[in-house]
Design a protein around this ligand. Structure first.
Ligand code: UDP
Ligand code: MG
Length: 319
């Protein structure tokens, strides 16, 4: 596809049972796009909804040439539905947004300006929304999110921004790098952070949903967190190595201790051999588990098939 055919901007929104939110979403996004001017498209992904979301999408698409409606075969979950939309969209810049209007589309002009880097400031590859305040979210959701981001940032060397969802504006270059990662368990905000480049936050207040209810019950949130941690860290797998060294040292200590007791005739008959074997075997087993973990971790990293490096610029002298 020639780059000339690309719209300047794509808005990509995954939708699961969003029939009630969709009209208002399209009205507000449409108004923002009108005010911005320039070519644009709105890619809506129906993630196997069980309500009338698809009908609402096709009706809207018939009335607005900017709308591209995509329907998945079944429910794939937020991150994969978003990935489907991202692979279909063609824009030079891409706004990732939820259909429930928790994240205001009216921030788009500010995000565009930050990406342009006006008034002598450097432009950005990614502008991500960072929540200043979260309306309509329980204390539990906020506390668990805070704990989760603290944990994942300790376990990985990727700086995953706290209080940020997937609401962000990304450049085509970043999107192409993201789409080049074939991994199945996708934690998109982390993968975008992993890509690097200049990523700048835009502070905003997150609102309550306009309609419907959250599709992220606790069970899905826990699974999402597990996906995120395992996709970005093999530390849990390697933990058996650390435990292994400690256990091996303790086991060896026990071995020495029981041997000394045996030489001094202070042990019950049989105790020495049992303790010695227990200490040595226990330690060795954990150490071996750790070694297996180390290899498995590397195998896992390899199997994710991420690019080895990502070149930002190459400059050469005059020919
Ligand atoms: N979503 C989806 N597939 C799913 C679950 C959610 O496409 O299986 C969409 C949903 O329609 C919304 C976005 O992902 O546009 C975020 O979901 P939700 O608002 O329920 O999550 P929350 O904001 O409560 O974390
Ligand atoms: Mg939401």
């Amino acid at each position: 596809m020639s780059d000339l055919a690309r719209p300047a901007l794509s808005v990509v929104a995954p939708c699961y049972n969003e029939q009630d939110a969709l009209p208002e979403f399209l009205r507000r996004v449409g108004a923002v796009l009108d005010s911005l001017g320039g070519s644009s498209e709105i890619v809506l992904v129906d993630d196997g909804s069980r309500d009338r979301t698809w009908d609402a999408m096709t009706v809207a698409a018939a009335a607005d040439p900017r709308i591209v409606a995509v329907r998945l075969m079944r429910n794939h979950g937020h991150q994969l539905a978003l990935t489907a939309g991202l692979s279909v969209c063609r824009g030079e810049r891409i706004l990732i947004i939820d259909a429930d209007l928790q994240d205001p589309p009216e921030l788009l002009p500010d995000m565009m300006a930050l990406m342009d880097g006006a008034d002598g400031k450097a432009g950005a590859d990614v502008v991500y929304g960072q929540r200043r305040q979260r309306d309509g979210e329980s204390l539990f959701k906020r506390a668990s999110a805070a704990a989760f981001y603290r944990l994942i940032n300790r376990l990985t060397d990727v700086d995953i921004p706290t209080d940020a969802g997937d609401f962000r504006l990304v450049s085509r270059r970043v999107l192409d790098l993201l789409l080049a990662m074939p991994e199945r368990h996708r934690f998109i905000r982390g993968m975008v952070a992993w890509i690097g480049g200049r990523q700048v936050p835009l502070l905003y207040d997150r609102h309550a949903r306009v309609a419907g209810e959250s599709k992220y019950p606790l069970s899905k949130m826990v699974r999402f967190a597990a996906d995120a941690i395992t996709a970005f860290s093999v530390v849990p797998l390697m933990a058996s190595m650390t435990i292994g060294w400690v256990m091996a040292a303790v086991g060896f200590g026990f071995f020495i201790y029981s041997m000394i007791g045996w030489f001094m005739n202070a042990n019950l008959p049989g105790w020495t051999s049992i303790m010695a074997a227990l200490g040595l075997l226990g330690g060795m087993q954990f150490l071996m588990l750790g070694i297996i973990g180390a290899y498995l971790g590397r195998l896992y990293d390899q199997s994710k098939g991420r690019p080895l490096f990502m070149i930002r610029d190459i400059v050469s002298g005059p020919k």
